[in-house]
Ligand binder design. Structure first.
Ligand code: ZN
Length: 303
């Protein structure tokens, strides 16, 4: 399927399914998610993508959350310090890992003969996604986004999924960079318990800031279901274009994830039905959700 076909599906209000958690699936299979396991366990990455395609996902995401030049460089005081540790070329590795991640997603759809499945690049904020206070100087980050997005575009990604964004100024920069690179940018924002963004902006402010940028899909993600519901209740009446949701299940327990039984697939499905009633048509799962969650949504929501 081309993106034009998918966009038509989205614009006519059909349900479009995303995949579920990737990092947490890696963890569930007994490996740490910290390195993404792109080099050490490529087959595990491949199998997880295949599991999500078989479960019914129309769009699968690359395993690249927080994989960026900046997140690597942030381990060091300066480029000189990084060089003195003997890893002067560390940030060059990002392009290679990004390429690996897109190839693994592509290999999964080819192996299953599913060229109708599209690949979304998972890209989060430049600094830590849950720290809106760390948002870098907005005037200085456009080129950084352009460099990141070019890697994914060169590797063959179909969509940029800007996810777990905590404020609109950085989202605006990301969408504009996506437009320059020439691929659709979807924006997924983290809601908080009060239905505002984690960074404090109200949904009115979100609509004012992002409406003129015309992202093909605006989503809420990486928050517990009741925070997503609070956000959707405020956002849906204001946003006239396609909306999406993918909540997480369990708890972020640094450095990994704590799985809980609060939202087994059937209970997550009932949340999804509620979000669908509120207006969300692009639906998937964030951290802690599994192929079983996606399969049940696929079986229940698509007809
Ligand atoms: Zn998440």
């Amino acid at each position: 399927m081309s993106y034009t076909d998918l966009k038509q599906k989205i614009d006519t209000g059909e349900v479009v399914l995303l995949d579920g958690g990737i990092g947490t699936e890696i963890l569930r299979h007994g490996y740490t998610w910290a390195s993404h396991q792109l080099k050490n366990e490529p087959k595990l990455n491949l199998d997880i993508h295949k599991d999500y395609i078989s479960a019914g996902a129309h769009v699968i995401t690359t395993n690249t959350f927080q994989l960026s030049r900046r997140s690597f460089r942030n381990h060091f005081a300066s480029d000189e310090h990084m060089a003195l540790q003997g890893v002067a070329n560390l940030t060059d590795r990002v392009g290679e890992l990004v390429n690996d991640s897109v190839q693994l997603a592509d290999e999964a759809r080819k192996a299953l003969g599913r060229d109708d499945v599209l690949i979304a690049a998972s890209i989060t904020t430049l600094e830590w996604c849950f720290r809106p206070d760390k948002t870098p100087d907005i005037e200085k980050i456009y080129d950084e986004y352009l460099a990141e997005l070019t890697d994914y575009s060169d590797a063959g990604t179909d969509i940029f999924l800007f996810e777990t964004f905590n404020s609109t100024p950085e989202a605006v920069v990301a969408i504009r960079a996506a437009r320059e690179v020439g691929k659709p940018g979807w924006i997924a924002l983290v809601p908080y318990k009060d239905g505002n963004l984690l960074g404090g902006e109200s949904m009115e402010q979100v609509v004012d800031a992002l409406g003129p940028e015309e992202p093909d899909v605006l989503l809420l993600n990486c928050a517990p279901p009741h925070h997503v519901t609070a956000g959707m209740e405020k956002l849906a009446p204001l946003w006239k274009s396609p909306l999406g949701v993918y909540a997480h299940v369990g708890k972020f327990n640094p450095p990994e994830w704590h799985f809980t039984n609060e939202y087994p697939p059937d209970k997550y499905l009932s949340e999804c039905k509620h979000w669908h009633d509120l207006g969300a048509t692009v639906i998937g799962g964030c951290c802690g959700t599994t192929p079983e969650h996606i399969a049940l949504i696929s079986n229940s929501l698509e007809d």
